[in-house]
Design a protein around this ligand. Structure first.
Ligand code: ATP
Length: 443
């Protein structure tokens, strides 16, 4: 099976089963902008909830924040984004296509046969020119330069400008962190690969404020913890690796940076970055705002501007990773079974509930059970078609368990539980089912 075929199959499964749709499809779609349908929104929410639990609720030293998308324009001057958040853009005068000069080896010229840009004799590429990736808009009714605001290209700056507010309102002391999940926008030159690179996306970012001199040690801790989080998400460890940024690759603010990469069907690509941002951002905000942003360390009676270790993951990229990692096709009794073998904690539907047949009180029993389960875990009721077909539909949606109410249920109050991955079946008492499912799908 060619790798592009796998991506095509995942994209089409996502549309068919209601995970992800192209934005504004009835108008022909808006390029590289995607909407999450009923199953997709659950999947992505489960990924985000899991991140929030691990990064905020499970720790004593991290607080949550939800800063606004629109910020004072000076923020982006201070952060360096107005001057330097650019990618090198190359145009082809022949076919009018646009490419990122630094990613040209991965790009394709639209002319046939497939070649890289510049490789056809008719290609006429311009010299690269720098293109700012920030989306601009205007605040208020007048479209003038004084009213320009930007859609944030990262959530991090909302954390930096609020770090003293959070410190004052909580009992935290350095070292401590602030975590945020929110939308970010980048006018990417070459978005693509489904939801991998889009112009509107969600980030799950955490900024950890530490005493200068302890930053390298914290950086190593955070590298270890973040990789462990991806492993605990059930991703295949053989498909995860580190990429260290070399000197030419490091962002202007970073002392050290590592990406966590996943092996997608379209190659190894970043899903999360761990950066030692030093005191660059806080120093810059101090200079640009004229407000002191140093920290007073009472026990040691000293003041310093903290260093920051950042962990920055894309919620959409991690969601895509869970889809790609979970997708498999198996031959079962001469038929192809398509399965999304999600970790049960991220599976959009936790349990399917079926009556074996539509008679003898089975639908009534199953409906009752479904409504009861639904109060605790996301459940799905299905009474149409053969049970085998209903199992296959749940396999494709990644539902870890299916429960069937059958003749025996009416006699002894037990139901058949069928496991998605092994296709084996158990009998479980219906009145213990809620606890049974919760235990296996939480955490
Ligand atoms: P890339 O090199 O892929 O453009 P980046 O190094 O610019 O990514 P960061 O600025 O470190 O990315 O952003 C942190 C995370 O945000 C990335 O690891 C990724 O998961 C996510 N992200 C960044 N840009 C996009 C995008 N255009 N679409 C979806 N997710 C994105």
């Amino acid at each position: 099976m060619a790798d592009t075929t796998v991506m095509d199959k995942i994209v089409s499964l996502c549309k068919r089963r209601g995970f992800i749709f192209q934005s504004s499809e009835i108008y022909g779609g808006l390029g590289s902008v995607w909407d999450y349908g009923p199953l997709g929104v659950e999947l992505k929410k489960n990924v985000k909830d899991r991140w929030w639990r691990a990064m905020v609720h499970a720790r004593d030293d991290i607080e949550g924040l939800d800063a606004a998308i629109l910020m004072h324009p000076r923020v982006w001057e201070a952060s360096g984004h107005v001057a330097g958040f650019t990618d090198p853009l190359v145009d082809c005068k022949t076919c009018k296509a646009r490419f990122r000069a630094d990613k040209i080896q991965d790009a394709q010229c639209p002319q046939k046969p497939s070649k890289r840009p510049g490789e056809h004799t008719t290609c006429e590429l311009t010299e690269p020119r720098m293109f700012n990736l920030m989306f601009k808009t205007f605040m208020g009714p007048v479209e003038e330069s004084a009213a320009v605001v930007y859609l944030r290209p990262e959530t991090a700056q909302g954390i930096y400008v609020n770090y003293l507010n959070v410190l004052q309102g909580s009992r935290q002391k350095v070292p401590f962190g602030i975590a945020q999940i929110g939308k970010a926008f980048r006018n990417e030159i070459t978005p693509g690969n489904f939801i991998f690179r889009t112009r509107e996306f969600e980030q799950m970012e955490m900024q950890f404020f530490v005493k200068p001199g302890t930053d390298t040690e914290w950086f190593e801790h955070w590298r270890e913890w973040r990789m462990a989080w991806h492993h605990a998400l059930g991703l295949n460890p053989a498909k995860l690796r580190w990429h260290q940024h070399g000197p030419g690759e490091l962002a202007h603010y970073a002392k050290a940076a590592y990406d966590i990469e996943y092996e997608f069907p379209f190659g190894w690509n970043e899903i999360e970055g761990i950066h030692n941002r030093t005191d660059f951002d806080l120093q810059r905000h101090q200079t640009f705002s004229g407000k002191k942003l140093d920290y007073f360390d009472q026990p040691n009676n000293e003041r310093f501007v903290p260093f920051v270790v950042e962990t920055s993951a894309g919620a959409d990229r991690v969601t895509l990773t869970t889809l790609v990692d979970a997708y498999r096709e198996e031959q079962v009794e001469g038929e192809t079974r398509v399965v999304l073998g999600f970790h049960p904690a991220v599976a959009p539907i936790k349990v399917g509930v079926f009556p074996l047949v539509k008679k003898d009180g089975m639908p009534e029993y199953a409906t009752r059970l479904y409504h009861e389960l639904k109060q605790h875990v996301n459940s799905f009721y299905d009474d149409s078609g053969a049970v085998g077909r209903r199992y296959r539909r749940m396999d494709e949606a990644g539902t870890p368990f299916c429960v069937t109410v059958d003749g025996q249920t009416l006699q002894d109050g037990t139901v058949t539980v069928r496991h998605r991955d092994t296709m084996t079946q158990d009998r479980v008492s219906a009145d213990q089912l809620k606890g049974w499912v919760k235990e296996r799908t939480e955490g």
